[in-house]
Design a protein around this ligand. Structure first.
Ligand SMILES: O=C(O)C(=O)C[C@]1(C(=O)O)C=C[C@@H](O)C=C1
Length: 370
């Protein structure tokens, strides 16, 4: 058994979630701005829906000269929110000093931001500062789509005997603009859930969307995948927020969204559901088999083209032909409701495999003697 699995089995504990009615909801402003702002928001958040009050105190910003958080004074305001309203409180920590101050000021839960998760030195420093804590510690996915980095951060915390761990899926940076601020790349979070089954998964639709309009859909999608909870930024006056104004929503809107969300269960004992499901799954199995068979046959044809090109000394990559194949596949995909993004990925993967086959055919018997 490797070390990672060992740690995972030893330290896994989803039990900090057991006292909550599902779903767990973390609400509150992106940043603490003033004591009044914090108390106003806390007073407007309904504890039937929101159990944990969040506020950023130290804000890692992309560019200098942006608002970088109110600093340690905000911890006093968080404590007031806890004392006056009874919320569990949470803030982000990015170094050992933040941890020290947060613990001294009785913050209940801590999260580690995406820009910290990318750096193993930072994670190690935070993990050591938190050694043996029974606080809940939530680890946001790294900025870049790297599953191992995310799991590695959790393992560093587990290695310091920190048991109450969770993960936050806030999406991944992309250079290419998409409709999301941070592309969700759901498969990475699902793979995390698969590999770390004891770690609760919380979705952060605010950072995934970067706007207010998409929050409901992303939150619903998270529940469709059986996530354990949500972290949604909410502000009493979102348009005037000092950070991430575009993605914050009022507490009222947050309650509206939470009321509308449908929770999904992992299974249903209903016999009709099971027999219908198993028939459809058989059909899926058959469809998958025939896809693989067809791709296999296509590779056979590609190998013959490879031989022909070799005989005639013609290049493997044929850009014009490839462009024509791609365009016609996108058009055909449209007819079946398949997105351009999907067909693009599928075709590129097939073409890559095909040219690799042809390449090895070209290179056969071409061993360069030393
Ligand atoms: O048409 C060819 O020349 C092929 O070898 C087939 C194929 C493909 O697999 O689609 C492979 C390489 C070329 O770049 C273009 C297309």
């Amino acid at each position: 058994m490797n070390n990672a699995l060992n740690l995972q089995n030893m330290n896994t504990n989803k039990s900090f979630l057991s006292k909550f009615e599902k779903p767990l909801v973390i609400g509150g402003p992106c940043s603490a701005e003033s004591e009044k702002q914090m108390l106003d928001i806390a007073g407007q958040l309904d504890q039937n829906y929101v159990q944990v009050f969040r506020a950023g105190i130290w804000k890692p910003r992309t560019k200098p000269n942006s608002f970088e958080g109110v600093g340690a004074i905000g911890l006093k305001w968080l404590k007031k929110v806890k004392d006056e309203f009874g919320f569990i409180t949470a803030t982000e920590v990015a170094n050992a000093n933040h941890v020290k101050l947060a613990l001294e000021n009785d913050v209940d839960w801590l999260w580690i931001g995406a820009r910290s998760t990318v750096n193993p030195f930072t994670i190690q420093e935070i993990a050591e500062a938190l050694r043996d804590t029974d606080k809940v510690v939530l680890v946001k996915n790294p900025v870049n789509p790297d599953l191992d980095l995310w799991i590695g951060a959790v393992e560093r915390l587990q290695a310091q005997n920190i048991k109450n761990l969770g993960a936050i899926h806030r999406g991944f940076s992309t250079y290419k603009k998409t409709k999301y601020r941070n592309n969700p790349q759901w498969q990475i979070a699902l793979d995390f859930m698969d590999k770390m089954p004891g770690i609760p998964m919380i979705c952060d639709p605010s950072h995934i969307c970067g706007n207010r309009e998409g929050i409901f859909d992303v939150a619903q999608q998270a529940f469709n995948f059986e996530y354990d909870g949500l972290m949604i930024e909410s502000h009493n006056n979102p348009d005037e927020a000092w950070s991430d104004a575009k993605q914050q929503i009022t507490p009222e809107r947050l309650h509206e969204i939470l009321k509308k969300l449908e929770l999904r269960k992992s299974d249903d004992p209903d016999a009709f559901y099971h027999s219908r499901l198993s028939r459809l799954r058989n059909e899926i199995d058959e469809a998958d088999q025939s896809i693989i068979e067809t791709i296999g046959q296509r590779m056979g044809i590609s190998a013959q083209i490879g031989e022909l090109k070799k005989e005639h000394n013609v290049a493997v990559f044929q850009p014009e032909r490839w462009k024509a194949i791609w365009e016609s596949a996108i058009k055909q995909g449209e007819k079946y409701g398949l997105s351009e993004e999907f067909i693009d990925k599928l075709l590129k993967a097939i073409h890559q495999e095909s040219i690799q086959h042809q390449n090895s055919i070209m290179n056969q018997d071409k061993i360069l003697k030393p």
